[in-house]
Structure formats: structure tokens, C-alpha cells
Design a protein around this ligand. Structure first.
Ligand code: KIV
Length: 262
């Protein structure tokens, strides 16, 4: 998948959209050969790559550096970059400049958390030729207001608000909506009501696609095991095994051999 047009066309009948995060060139090169449809340069990189406690440390410039790295590794994949903390909240001009940096760095679209209070900004980006993916449910950039990484939309009023915001986002022109940590019934209802695809993370099986963080999905983050993040490989185990074999070979004088020397 290379364009948001293909992404939108996937709503009906093509099968689920597979999205995974990517933050650097080496992993993007591997993902370029994988069946994943699209790559998300998520602001989760602040936590996963830099060890921050939340995503607020990601800046537009940092996101642009990582977006460039990913686009070099996977030039043929659809790349979506996160607008980081407050980048959509400082007015239209700031948002346009931020999105422009991300697109110039190689993204084809941006993702923006939330809707209320920056609906006009989202509309303006879309009208300026910048495809926008919405992000509702748990919005990690609001962590200090929400008070924790917990499921959203459990009560009727909250669920109704998320549903209304999804419709409003669609009317604002987004090409899809990412739903994070909402009950599966709510995500299913929203998915059936929207014309644009939904991408779930902790939002159950009825979304039009799924996204997971590369490191969680591949077992590079062994201490982190939320219910929704199935581990499809033991990445940390593979690294440890490889480095252990290397260390043993070096210490036993078995690496490098004559063939591996000049
Ligand atoms: O920043 C990110 O990686 C995300 C995903 C968790 C959906 O927004």
C-alpha cells in the first residue's frame, strides 16, 4: 500500500489493514519486505527509543528525523507520522509548518490525536493536501489530564462522545480513524458507522485494521505486556542468544577465523 487512496479503498472487502510502528532505517528495511501495509512513525518513539515515561518529549524535529530514517528504509510503503504533543494545538500556521516538515521528511500523511479544540486545524490540513489520520479513545498526549493509560469510552456518555467525534473527524476529511483502548463493542459500532477505515489498538477485532508497536509485537519490550499487545516473536530472546553466541566465540578464540580476516 502506497497511498491514502488505497488505504480508504480497503474499507470494503479488501481484508484488514496491517499497520506497525517504525522508527528507524534498519527496521523499516525489514518491514519493507514484510506484508505490513503501512508504517506509523509514532510519537511512542519517545518511550520506546528514548526511554521517556510518556510521549510528550517527542518534538516535530525529532519526529522528522525518525520519519526521514523510516522513509529511507521503506520507500514503497505508506508512511504516516505522528504530529507530536501540542503540534496541532498552536494554531493553523504552526500545524501546517509541522506537517510540512513531516511530509518533507518522507511521510505521506500525519496522525493527530483528539478533535475538540483543533477541528479547524484538521480541516485546514486536509484542505491543504495533507492527509490526516484521526486518533481517538486513549490519547497518550492527554496523559496528564486523563491520569493513566486506561480504557476509554466505558460509560455511555464517554462512548457517545467518542462516536460523535469519529463522525465529526470523518466530516473534517480524515482518511481513517485510529481507535486506541476502547471497548470492542464501541469500536465495532463506530467501524460500521464510518465510511473511512478504523485502525484499532486495544479496540477489539471489528476494526478495519490493526496497529501494534514494533517492539511490543516482536518481544523487544519484555517487561511491557498489556492485554492487547500479543507477542508474535521473542526478539529480546533472539538478541540475547545471538550476542551470547558471539561472546562465546570471541572468548573461545573461534571468531574471527582466517576466512573472516584480511
Ligand atoms: O505513537 C504511537 O505509536 C501510536 C500507536 C500506539 C497507535 O500512536
Amino acid at each position: 500500500m502506497k497511498t491514502v487512496r488505497e488505504f480508504m479503498a480497503a474499507k470494503n472487502g479488501r481484508g484488514k489493514i496491517v499497520m506497525v510502528t517504525a522508527y528507524d532505517t534498519w527496521s523499516a528495511r525489514i518491514l519493507a519486505d514484510s506484508p505490513a501495509d503501512c508504517l506509523l512513525v509514532g510519537d511512542s518513539l519517545a518511550m520506546v527509543v528514548y526511554g521517556d515515561k510518556d510521549t510528550l518529549g517527542a518534538t516535530v524535529d525529532l519526529m522528522a528525523v525518525h520519519t526521514r530514517a523510516v522513509s529511507r528504509g521503506a520507500p514503497d510503503k505508506l508512511i504516516i507520522a505522528d504530529m507530536p504533543f501540542l503540534a496541532g494545538r498552536k494554531g493553523t500556521a504552526f500545524a501546517l509548518d509541522s506537517a510540512a516538515k513531516l511530509l518533507r521528511a518522507g511521510a505521506h500523511a500525519v496522525k493527530i490525536e483528539g478533535f475538540r479544540g483543533h477541528a479547524g486545524v484538521i480541516r485546514h490540513l486536509v484542505d491543504s493536501g495533507i492527509p490526516v489520520l484521526g486518533h481517538l479513545g486513549l490519547q497518550p498526549q492527554w496523559i496528564n489530564a486523563v491520569g493513566g493509560y486506561r480504557v476509554q469510552g466505558r460509560d455511555e456518555a464517554d462512548a457517545a462522545r467518542i462516536g460523535e467525534d469519529c463522525i465529526a473527524l470523518q466530516e473534517a476529511g480524515v482518511f481513517g480513524v485510529l481507535l486506541e483502548c476502547v471497548p470492542k463493542a464501541l469500536a465495532g459500532k463506530i467501524t460500521s458507522e464510518l465510511r473511512v477505515p478504523t485502525i484499532g489498538i486495544g479496540a477489539g477485532p471489528r476494526c478495519d485494521g490493526q496497529v501494534l508497536v514494533f517492539h511490543d509485537m516482536l518481544g523487544f519490550n519484555p517487561g511491557f505486556a498489556p492485554r492487547f499487545a500479543r507477542r508474535f516473536a521473542d526478539g529480546a530472546g533472539l538478541v540475547l542468544e545471538g550476542v551470547t553466541r558471539y561472546a562465546k566465540a570471541v572468548r573461545a578464540g573461534k571468531f574471527p577465523t582466517a576466512k573472516e580476516s584480511y
